[in-house]
Design a protein around this ligand. Structure first.
Ligand SMILES: Cc1cc2nc3c(=O)[nH]c(=O)nc-3n(C[C@H](O)[C@H](O)[C@H](O)COP(=O)(O)OP(=O)(O)OC[C@H]3O[C@@H](n4cnc5c(N)ncnc54)[C@H](O)[C@@H]3O)c2cc1C
Length: 467
């Protein structure tokens, strides 16, 4: 091999959680020639913390999901950077489109029944999550005392579950998902006080938290606004040539790709020369990057007792909504207050409706949301002072929010393991490695999955240079 940790050239494409994890691990291990190339004008990728209202909001990742075996939590558990959300969301109400607030116990019982209708923890369900839910719902339907309400809660539950998974609907989600994705035990909604998830990246980069421009140990090894449009990894040639859209070329011995599954889906044909092998193409096609967007509204103040609501559409109202220009409101899965931010509301919207919302002007979004509040709430919500919404799908550096396993991936018998598989040269030496959340076998769709994947690929290279 001839090269050492000090001289070997490693290019990392993307400075999101995974790229930063890979870079910091490599630097820790003594690699010196590490270069991060990032298409955006900022680091963090799908971690994006923005000053808003009284402190900050997270446009992407917001909570650390779990404690046990969680790469994010393992780094912060002995600090005072995080806290649990506790029962904060228990007072979010289920409200029908005629303003009726559903009794909490009745709503909880129905949601328990629906949760129990999802594929069971250890069983393999050969079909989609949507199919499994529909079958079990039909079986239990004759015991439901208010079928109309049950149907409304079912639709709302499907929207919330799709938003959790990141899918357009549950019919595209593999019934095997729960056999592969392993939730980390412990609190699922660990938050970052008034600092946001970016505080975690500052910790990882060893950056000064008081100086937002400080990028710590990666500062001198990072180039922003470098969008890669070709990775020339000719197996018979030692050197890899990495080209950018502004016609620069970087030479590398190894490249670690961390761009999202959405970017890979859209760009792999142009991006890689020679083309990717069949198994990787199957993973890129079979897995999916869904759309989950957020809208934050800032108010002068909000009523103390109001925490948020899930919208239950009466059938006749839903039909009317679907015929109107505000049809996209159907994709909203919930609306709630945010801890440490007394003056804002957070709204979740996903799938086709989310992608449509991304195309609207902010004024149109505001008008529709105010209509929604009037439709569901029996009190007046003041006019928002400011709005910020995400456009994860439209942004060509992401093309979606987070990845999930589809029934198509089941058919192709593919998964994150194929996406992770590195590309080698004719001599068998590694050339191009793949990290990013979608390559994590058990923790895809999360920051901890992205971090683990970055560390995994850094360790893979480090193992080649053990003395
Ligand atoms: C709305 C939303 C809410 C979420 N909530 C949570 C949550 O609460 N908890 C949680 O754990 N996870 C959450 N996630 C998921 C989490 O944010 C991601 O799994 C994680 O941040 C992905 O990190 P990554 O490094 O794999 O990818 P990215 O963050 O996408 O990083 C890849 C980087 O590559 C860059 N790039 C892309 N193409 C190119 C190119 N051609 N050339 C150069 N650079 C390129 C991108 O700009 C990006 O910076 C959420 C995500 C979203 C969108």
């Amino acid at each position: 091999m001839g090269k050492t940790r000090k001289s070997v050239r490693i290019v990392i494409v993307g400075a999101g959680a995974s790229g930063i994890a890979a870079a910091t691990r490599l630097l820790e291990k003594g690699f010196r020639n590490v270069l991060l190339l990032e298409a955006e004008s900022r680091v963090g990728g799908r971690i994006q913390t923005l000053p808003f209202a009284d402190n900050v909001v997270d446009l992407g990742a917001q909570w650390c999901h779990g404690e046990q075996d969680n790469a994010v939590y393992s780094l912060v558990k002995n600090t005072n950077l995080t806290d649990g959300t506790g029962n904060y969301f228990k007072d979010v109400k289920n409200i029908r489109s005629d303003k009726e607030i559903v009794n909490d116990e009745e709503a909880s019982a129905l949601k328990r029944f629906l949760t129990n209708s999802l594929p069971k923890e250890t069983e393999e369900y050969k079909g989609s999550v949507g199919q499994c839910l529909a079958e079990n719902y039909c079986r239990g339907a004759d015991q439901l005392k208010d079928p109309k309400l049950a149907q409304e809660i079912l639709e709302c539950f499907k929207r919330s579950q799709s938003s959790l998974v990141g899918s357009d609907n549950l019919d595209e989600v593999s019934g095997r998902t729960h056999l592969e994705y392993k939730p980390c035990d412990g609190d699922q909604l660990i938050h970052w006080h008034d600092k946001g998830f970016y505080r975690f990246l500052q910790l990882l980069m060893k950056a000064d938290p008081e100086n937002i421009n400080d990028l710590g140990v990666i500062g001198e090894r990072l180039l922003l606004n470098k969008k890669i449009n070709k990775i020339n990894w000719e197996p018979s040639v030692d050197e890899i040539r990495v080209h950018t859209t502004n016609e620069e070329t970087f030479l590398a011995d190894y490249v670690i790709c961390t761009m999202s599954l959405g970017v890979l889906k859209y760009c792999h044909k142009d991006l890689f020369h020679p083309p990717l092998p069949c198994s990787k193409l199957q993973a890129i096609q079979g897995l999916k990057l869904g759309t989950v967007d957020k809208i934050y509204l800032e108010f002068l103040s909000l009523p103390d007792s109001f925490i948020g609501f899930y919208s239950l559409w009466l059938e006749e109202d839903l039909q009317e909504l679907r015929q109107s220009k505000r049809f996209w409101l159907e994709g909203i899965s919930g609306c709630h207050r945010v801890l440490n931010q007394p003056r804002i509301l957070q709204i979740w919207i996903g799938g086709e409706h989310g992608r449509y919302m991304e195309t609207l002007q902010e004024a149109e979004i505001l008008e529709a949301l105010q209509w929604l509040f009037q439709k569901f709430l029996s009190f007046d919500i003041p006019h928002p002072q400011r709005i910020v919404r995400t456009q994860w799908h439209s942004n060509t550096n992401f093309r979606g929010s987070y990845s999930f396993r589809t029934t198509f991936a089941d058919q192709l018998a593919t998964g994150p393991w194929d996406l992770e598989e590195p590309l080698s040269g004719l001599d068998g030496n590694l050339k191009v490695l793949f990290a990013g959340e979608a390559t994590s076998r058990n923790h895809y769709s999360t920051v901890h999955g992205a971090i683990e994947a970055g560390w995994r690929e850094a360790n893979r290279l480090n193992d080649l240079y053990l003395d």
